[in-house]
Design a protein around this ligand. Structure first.
Ligand SMILES: C[S@@+](CC[C@H](N)C(=O)[O-])C[C@H]1O[C@@H](n2cnc3c(N)ncnc32)[C@H](O)[C@@H]1O
Length: 286
C-alpha cells in the first residue's frame, strides 16, 4: 500500500515538473512557494501535500484558495475530496470522519477471518464507508460472495457512504442496529465497527484537524471511550449469526476492558495488536 502511494506521488510529482504554475496576481510563483507555506504552517508532509493540491486543480485561483485553507488547518482530505485507504481513493466530504491508515488493520483481520464462501457483512458507524468498501471489494476479488450493508447516524456521512458504496452495498441512516433492515438480525457474519473511542475528557487534546473539523459525535466515546462500543456488543449478541465476528478498533489501553465486556456478553474475545499500524482491534465471536 505504501509503495502504491509513493508511486502515485511520484507520478503527481512528474506532472508538476511538466506544468507551470504561475499563480494569479503572482500569488503562487511555483510549487516551492506552496511547499514553504505548508511547511511554515506545520504540515509535516508539505512536499507530498503540495503535490496533491497542485494535482487537484488546473486553476491558479482555486489552488491559491486550497493552499490558504490548508494553511488555516482544514484537513487535506476535505480539500482533495478523497482519502487514500488500502490503495483506494475513498470519497470524503467536510464534516465526515476521515478514514485513518491505522484502521486498515481492522480490515486485514476481517479479510483473514472470512472463511465463509458467502458472507453478510455490516459496516456499522460507517462514516465514508471506507471499511465496508475495501473489505467487500477485496473479499469479492478473492471469490467471496459478499452482501454489504452499512449504517451511520449522521446524514452527511450516510450521503457520503452512499456515493462511495453505489452498486456495492446499501447504506442506512440511524442509531446503531436500529438503522439496519430487520432481516439481518441473527445473520451478520462479519460486523465491522470503528466506533468513536476517544474519552470525552481527551477530546480537547486531539490534534486541531480532528478537534476543529471532525464532528464530536464521530470521536466522543463517553467517559472511558467505550460507551458506544458497549452498545455495539449488546446488540451484536442478537445481530451476529452463530459463529459471527464483531471487530472494533480502539486505543491500546482500552483492549483488556473491551475484551472483558465481550466475555461478559457471552462471546469469545481476543485482542489483536499491530505495531506496524499502531492499532488495536478487539474481536468478539458469537
Ligand atoms: C470514528 S468514526 C468511524 C468512521 C468510519 N468507520 C471510518 O473508520 O472511517 C465513527 C462514526 O460513528 C458514527 N456514529 C456515532 N454514533 C453513532 C450511533 N449511535 N449510531 C451510528 N453511527 C454512529 C459517526 O457519525 C462516525 O461516522
Amino acid at each position: 500500500m505504501h509503495n502504491q502511494l509513493m508511486s502515485e506521488l511520484g507520478r503527481v510529482e512528474r506532472n508538476i515538473e511538466q506544468r507551470e504554475f504561475i499563480g494569479a496576481e503572482g500569488v503562487w510563483e511555483c510549487k516551492g512557494e506552496i511547499v514553504a507555506r505548508l511547511r511554515a504552517a506545520g504540515c509535516v508532509f508539505a512536499e507530498d501535500e503540495a503535490a496533491l493540491l497542485v494535482e487537484a486543480t488546473n486553476d491558479a485561483d482555486v489552488l491559491g484558495a486550497l493552499v490558504a485553507q490548508r494553511v488555516s488547518g482544514v484537513p487535506l482530505e476535505y480539500l482533495l475530496g478523497w482519502a487514500e485507504f488500502r490503495g483506494v481513493r475513498v470519497g470524503v466530504r467536510a464534516g465526515v470522519f476521515v478514514p485513518r491508515q491505522r484502521t486498515a488493520f481492522l480490515v486485514d483481520i476481517a479479510i483473514e477471518s472470512a472463511r465463509e464462501a458467502a458472507l453478510t457483512l455490516v459496516d456499522l458507524c460507517c462514516g465514508t464507508g471506507a471499511l465496508g468498501l475495501t473489505a467487500t471489494s477485496e473479499l469479492r476479488a478473492n471469490g467471496k460472495d459478499v452482501a454489504l450493508s452499512a449504517a451511520d447516524i449522521d446524514p452527511v456521512a450516510v450521503a457520503c457512504a452512499r456515493d462511495n458504496l453505489a452498486g456495492i452495498g446499501d447504506v442506512h441512516e440511524g442509531d446503531l442496529f436500529a438503522a439496519l433492515p430487520p432481516h439481518l438480525r441473527g445473520h451478520i457474519d462479519l460486523l465491522l465497527a470503528n466506533t468513536p473511542y476517544v474519552p470525552t475528557a481527551h477530546l480537547a487534546a486531539l490534534p486541531p484537524e480532528a478537534r476543529d473539523h471532525e464532528p464530536p459525535h464521530a470521536l466522543d466515546g463517553g467517559i472511558d471511550g467505550l460507551a458506544i462500543f458497549r452498545r455495539v456488543i449488546d446488540g451484536a449478541v442478537d445481530w451476529l449469526a452463530p459463529g459471527g465476528r464483531v471487530l472494533v478498533e480502539m486505543s491500546a489501553d482500552q483492549g483488556e476492558l473491551a475484551a472483558d465486556v465481550i466475555t461478559r456478553a457471552g462471546m469469545r474475545a481476543r485482542i489483536e495488536r499491530s505495531a506496524e499500524y499502531y492499532a488495536t482491534v478487539v474481536v468478539g465471536t458469537r
